[in-house]
Structure formats: structure tokens, C-alpha cells
Design a protein around this ligand. Structure first.
Ligand SMILES: [Zn+2]
Length: 482
């Protein structure tokens, strides 16, 4: 950074023109200025209040992008976007000037930039659509970023088209040589090319995988259990590009007052998949019968397979103390799998995990033999609506079966918007932030803890990997910096 700053200060005043530089060369790389400006903005933003905004539900999503993550070495992939942006920026003054020479008018150039940017945005939306299975306008992605930067730089070039040199002629020639390296003359420069790639390799070698998403798998007995216990945290993980899967061990075919069997199982599978789609996660419903789940070897192996296939870092399940036998046995089954996932001689059709994941319990209210202990409490204020929206997909449960079991069936509003509000006072009311969670909340949110309204809590089981505080913060990238 030091060299770059020096250049900026010294270059405009006393740059002597080298005779070989001709007037035809561009006067100023405004695109490079813009690029440098964006980088400086991002660097500076870490000090200018963005960290403080991370606890704010409205801004935490945006503030998170400006978080400076600990350096763990680069990987080649890290260089793709900066390198691409740099090349686009460097090429623009040449390309646009040349287009203008070749009869294109300023209007043509503008249309050209606009059409290209639109293509990039449309392409990004198609990719999002294919990846998430949902049609939604989402402009925060690499391709859209390139499109916006490209358009913005076009305007900067248009209105600041002439000016002083920002790059001394000597550097200009180096840049030109760099360009030529990628052209027909590359043979001449092959030694330099080799140097460039060797240094890239050196940067990449110590690199681990800092950008690898956290992989979370949550188990429930029925197709709505995971949603209640971890729907908010799942939405937060998914929003940051992490991978979350919910698995229901039974198909829920006994959970209704007037339907049952295959028809109900089909309906609930569709509801679960819709719920998963609404927050951007996968949802799988296994075909074991509702109300008849037993901790058999067969189901244990299903659980081991699921955890292994997902290559999970975090596994969430109910505690084995619960009023419902299906919930109890889901707890037992995941406990039973929690060491076996790394044993190669078991379930040999699916490769074992290299490391035991962190196993967590959902929160519950049961006190025998011991009450739930809140080890990790995550604020879900910023995704609370998403969680409500997720539960809203389970029509057969939250608007039909559960109210019926509680004698409240008649009270369920018919209007879709009213129904959602009813969810907050009905099923979610029993999942409110408990006073016993405050300590764990304060530990990681500090003063912001008092403002938290909705949260999800988890207990770390003794049978999985025991994460340090540092590792907890890495696995749950939601807490404000210490
Ligand atoms: Zn259940």
C-alpha cells in the first residue's frame, strides 16, 4: 500500500515525459483511480463504524461484508475477482476509445456498456435460480458487482476523460509489457510469465480454505422440528453462503386429525421442501413412519450416512429427554452416530469423516435428568421474519394439526397475513428468549445483548468435537468482534 500512496502523491506534479511516449497514449487511468478508490473505501470502512453496525439487525448483513477476516493464506480462487476487475478496468479506456474510433458514437458506447452489464446481471440471476431453485432478484453476487462497477467506471471515464498522468511513463511501459505478455509476443516474456505464476503459487501454498462454507446438518423427528429449533440460525448461515440441511427422520404420516398415511407424508414432504426453499437450505424427509421411530441399527446408519454425505462441521439434534418418543429417539440416534461417523469400518458405502463434527442440542424446557444448558446463543432478530415465513410453509402443522391438539383449531385466522401473525403468538411464543440464556448472550454480544429480542440457543454435547471459543466464533460467524 505504501508504494501506491507515494505514486499518487508524486506522480501528478513532476512526471517527465519519456520521448518514446506518444500523445496517442491515454492521459489518465481513471478506471484505475476508481478501482483504487473502492479498495481504499473498503479498507477504511473497517475503522469507520462498520464493526459497530454488525449488531444492528438492519445493517448487520451489509456490515458483515466489510469484516476483516483473519488471514489464513490465499488460495488461487481468491485472485479471480480482483484480477478480473483489474483487467476490466485497465482495458476499458482502450476499448471504449477504440470503439469510438470505429464509428461508434458516445450513445452507442453507452448502450454497449448497458447491454453488457444487463447480460451479466441476467446471467447472475439465472445462476442463482439454478442453484437455489427459486426465482428471486438478488443483486449481491460477483457478476452483478462486475456489472455495476463496469457501468460506474464508464461514467467516471466519460466525465473525467482527460487529465494528468497518474502513472509515470515508465510504469505505463511496464503495464504495456504486461499486456503484451498475454498476446502474441508472450514467448519473449515467458520468463517473466513464469515468475508471475511462481509468485502466485507461493501466495497460494500456505493457503488453507478460509472461504469454505460452514456445513450444518440438523436432525428432527418430524418435518417441522428443525425449523422451530434452528430455523433462524439456519437462515443466518444460509444468507452468508454456508450450507445447511434439515433432515426429518420420519415422514410425519401420523401428524394430522383428518389425513394420514401416504397422502399426508406427501403433503408434509412438499411443505418441508417449501420451508427449506424459503430460507435457502436443503430439506430431506426420510421415509420412517411417524410415531413409530425406534433407535435401531438401520436408522442409526441412515443418520451416519446423512452426516457423512453432508461432510458436516456442525450437527444439531434434540436432547434425548422429551415428551415425544420420536424426539427422544432422534436424540439417541444422533448421539449414537456422533462418534461412528469417523469410524471407517462402519457404513462402508459412505466415506467416513476425517474429524468428528461439533454436536449440538436444540433448546428445550425439560429438567430431568438435567435442564438444558445454553452454551451458544445466537440473536435471530434480523431473520425472525424469515423464520416465521419458514414455519408458515408447514400449513398442515401450524394451522391445522397443532391447533387441533390444543383445542385452538377454530381460533386460527383464515387470512394468510393474519395467520403469520398468529404464528408469533402461538407456536413461537413457547420458543421465546429465556432468561437463563442471557449470560451466554452477553458473553458474545456484550452491551448489544440487551437489545436482542429473539434468539436460538444450543448446548454443546460431550460426544462430538469440543470447540474452543475461537473455533465457536469461526463456526458461528454472527457475533460482534471482541
Ligand atoms: Zn416433532
Amino acid at each position: 500500500m505504501a508504494t501506491a500512496t507515494q505514486e499518487t502523491h508524486s506522480a501528478p506534479v513532476k512526471v517527465k515525459r519519456v520521448p518514446s511516449e506518444t500523445a496517442a497514449e491515454p492521459k489518465r487511468y481513471v478506471s484505475l483511480d476508481a478501482y483504487r478508490g473502492f479498495i481504499m473505501l473498503i479498507l477504511a470502512s473497517e475503522g469507520f463504524g462498520f464493526p459497530a453496525l454488525r449488531g444492528d439487525p438492519t445493517w448487520s448483513g451489509i456490515a458483515h461484508w466489510f469484516r476483516h477476516v483473519p488471514w489464513e493464506g490465499g488460495v488461487f480462487w481468491d485472485m479471480i475477482q480482483p484480477a478480473f476487475m483489474c483487467i476490466v478496468g485497465l482495458a476499458m479506456p482502450f476499448a471504449l476509445a477504440r470503439r469510438k474510433e470505429l464509428t461508434a458514437t458516445e450513445g452507442d458506447n453507452f448502450r454497449h456498456v448497458l447491454v453488457r452489464s444487463l447480460h451479466l446481471i441476467i446471467l447472475s440471476q439465472i445462476i442463482i435460480w439454478v442453484e437455489s431453485g427459486a426465482i428471486k432478484l438478488q443483486l449481491i453476487n460477483v457478476l452483478s458487482q462486475i456489472a455495476f462497477t463496469y457501468t460506474l467506471t464508464y461514467f467516471l471515464l466519460k466525465f473525467r476523460g482527460s487529465g494528468r498522468y497518474i502513472i509515470p511513463p515508465l510504469k505505463m511501459r511496464m503495464l504495456n509489457s504486461f499486456g503484451q505478455m498475454f498476446c502474441a509476443n508472450s514467448v519473449r516474456y515467458e520468463q517473466r510469465l513464469a515468475c508471475v505464476f511462481a509468485s502466485l503459487l507461493l501466495v497460494a501454498l500456505p493457503g488453507r480454505t478460509q472461504n469454505q462454507p460452514v456445513r450444518v446438518i440438523a436432525f428432527g423427528a418430524h418435518p417441522d422440528d428443525c425449523d422451530l429449533g434452528a430455523g433462524g440460525v439456519a437462515a443466518k448461515f444460509a444468507a452468508l453462503g454456508n450450507k445447511v440441511k434439515f433432515v426429518s427422520l420420519t415422514n410425519g404420516d401420523a401428524g394430522h386429525q383428518s389425513m394420514g398415511g401416504e397422502a399426508l407424508a406427501k403433503r408434509r414432504r412438499a411443505e418441508a421442501q417449501e420451508a427449506g426453499r424459503r430460507i435457502g437450505i436443503e430439506y430431506e424427509v426420510l421415509n420412517n413412519h411417524d410415531g413409530k421411530l425406534l433407535p435401531t441399527l438401520e436408522v442409526r446408519e441412515q443418520v451416519i450416512r446423512e452426516i457423512r454425505k453432508w461432510n458436516a462441521d456442525i450437527v444439531i439434534a434434540p436432547r434425548p429427554n422429551d415428551y415425544h418418543p420420536d424426539h427422544r429417539y432422534t436424540g439417541v440416534l444422533v448421539q449414537d452416530a456422533s462418534y461412528m461417523v469417523i469410524v471407517p469400518d462402519l457404513v462402508t458405502d459412505t466415506p467416513p469423516l476425517k474429524r468428528n463434527p461439533v454436536f449440538l442440542y436444540y433448546s428445550d424446557r425439560f429438567t430431568r435428568p438435567q435442564p438444558f444448558r445454553a452454551d451458544i446463543v445466537v440473536s435471530i432478530d434480523d431473520v425472525f421474519e424469515k423464520k416465521v415465513n419458514m414455519l408458515d410453509a408447514h400449513v398442515s402443522q401450524f394451522y391445522e394439526w397443532l391447533p387441533w391438539t390444543q383445542g385452538q383449531f377454530e381460533q386460527v385466522p383464515k387470512d394468510p397475513a393474519e395467520r403469520k401473525k398468529w404464528l408469533e403468538v402461538g407456536p413461537l411464543a413457547s420458543r421465546k428468549l429465556q432468561s437463563e440464556w442471557r449470560e451466554a448472550l452477553q458473553k458474545r454480544y456484550g452491551a448489544q445483548a440487551d437489545r436482542v429480542q429473539h434468539a436460538e440457543a444450543f448446548e454443546i454435547t460431550e460426544y462430538g468435537y469440543q470447540p474452543s471459543e475461537e473455533e465457536i466464533r469461526k463456526l458461528f460467524p454472527f457475533f460482534p468482534d471482541r
